[in-house]
Design a protein around this ligand. Structure first.
Ligand code: PLP
Length: 378
């Protein structure tokens, strides 16, 4: 009989049997004092590594000044962060919230209000979050079924199949929503030509093109936004995960040239724009220099080469330091064995090992991780 821990938590997660108490750089430490090389980084969240001094100092300083005032007023960290993100985007305005799903909800409401049209086209295999709106545009039956009926008028095209997308986009489509690299769906990058076709179809039908960069954004794929690599400028982008290096934050960015929509009263979030989270996020933006982004690209290539050389790996997909290795076996037991040997990795589907190490990972840490994977995947 398996030992099930009885706790006062609702059982929404199948947690692994380890309790972490501390993090430093690319390492996490458990309650027994054991260190683990963290190649998941809180699922693509802790981009600068655990307790990085820049967001740590920024958050500490802000904690001593002001924690919360409400969106009835202006606060300085929120405005500064919005202008940093606007500069990176090349002209955009921000709505701040607390998570990826909330950023997607804001995007769906933005698209509905901007176009007056309720139709949404998303992709099969996509993942956009667990709230009812975000789940409605998530193309994975297993996650949706228990919660149907969801939002109507949502269609799912096949990723990288332009004619399947063209068939679904029509005059009633208000929003096309895509992840530049599908994350939870198995680490599947979209081809630039497919995203360019989505841009054309959105323009042709009067829809807005939303990129869900909750996982790909903030440097994960080697550029601040993944759309920079694709060469397609979206109308709006959803960000979260890595933005404040582990403090809760989400953001909808709407391009300056995209249609106007929101007016006071249309959308809100009590904690959105929290001064401490925004101060940390500003420090993250300032730390993500071009040099660091180039290192993401180079280390990503090195990790890709190392993974490709493993005989149990049939394909390596992804971009930058968001990689998926398709295995010849179930990925779950591999995750457990790696953890036993002091390496944390994740899964993205049954046979896919997910690697999203901190963006500051060193070549020596890459070697260490590949050594463990070599041993486990013999
Ligand atoms: N969108 C994408 C692409 C994601 O990967 C995730 C989470 O994994 C979400 C949205 C939902 O984010 P959150 O869990 O912060 O609500």
């Amino acid at each position: 009989m398996s030992a099930v821990r009885v706790t006062p938590l609702l059982p929404t997660y199948a947690r692994q049997s380890v309790t972490f108490v501390r993090g430093e750089g690319c390492y996490l430490f458990d309650d027994q004092g054991r260190g683990y090389l963290d190649f998941l980084a809180g699922i693509a969240v802790v981009g600068l590594g655990h307790c990085h001094p820049a967001p740590l100092e920024a958050a500490r300083a802000q904690l001593g000044r002001l924690w919360h005032a409400s969106n009835l007023y202006w606060t300085e960290p929120m405005v500064t962060l919005a202008s940093r993100l606007s500069d990176r985007f090349g002209g955009a305005r921000a709505f701040f919230c607390n998570s990826g799903a909330e950023a997607v909800e804001a995007a769906l409401k933005y698209a509905r209000k901007a176009t007056g049209k309720a139709g949404v086209v998303a992709l099969a295999g996509s993942f956009h979050g667990r709230t009812l709106g975000a789940l409605s545009v998530t193309g994975q039956a297993a996650k949706r079924e228990a919660f149907e009926p969801l939002l109507p008028l949502v269609g799912f095209a096949r990723a990288n199949d332009i004619s399947s997308l063209a068939e679904l986009v029509g005059p009633e489509t208000g929003c096309i929503i895509l992840e530049p690299v599908q994350g939870e769906g198995g680490i599947h990058p979209l081809e630039p030509s497919f995203v360019a076709a989505a841009r054309r179809l959105a323009d042709g039908s009067g829809a807005v093109l939303v990129l869900d960069e909750v996982q790909t954004g903030v440097g994960r794929t080697g550029t601040f936004f993944a759309w920079e690599r694709l060469g397609v400028r979206p109308d709006a982008v959803a960000l979260a995960k890595g933005l404040a290096n582990g403090l809760p934050i989400g953001c909808l960015l709407v391009a300056d040239e995209a249609p106007e929509a929101f007016a006071p009263g249309d959308h809100a979030s009590t904690f959105g724009g929290n001064p401490v989270a925004c101060a940390a996020a500003r420090a993250v933006c300032d730390t993500l220099t071009d040099t660091l982004l180039e290192a993401v690209e180079q280390n990503g290539e090195a990790l890709r080469r190392g993974l490709t050389a493993l005989s149990a790996v049939s394909e390596v997909r992804g971009a930058g330091l968001m990689l998926g290795a398709e295995l010849d076996r179930d990925a779950g037991p591999v995750v457990d064995e790696c953890r036993e040997l002091g390496l944390l990795v994740g899964t993205a589907g049954e046979n896919v090992l997910r690697l999203t190490p901190p963006l500051v990972v060193t070549p020596a840490e890459l070697e260490q991780a590949l050594g463990v994977l070599h041993e486990v995947l013999r």
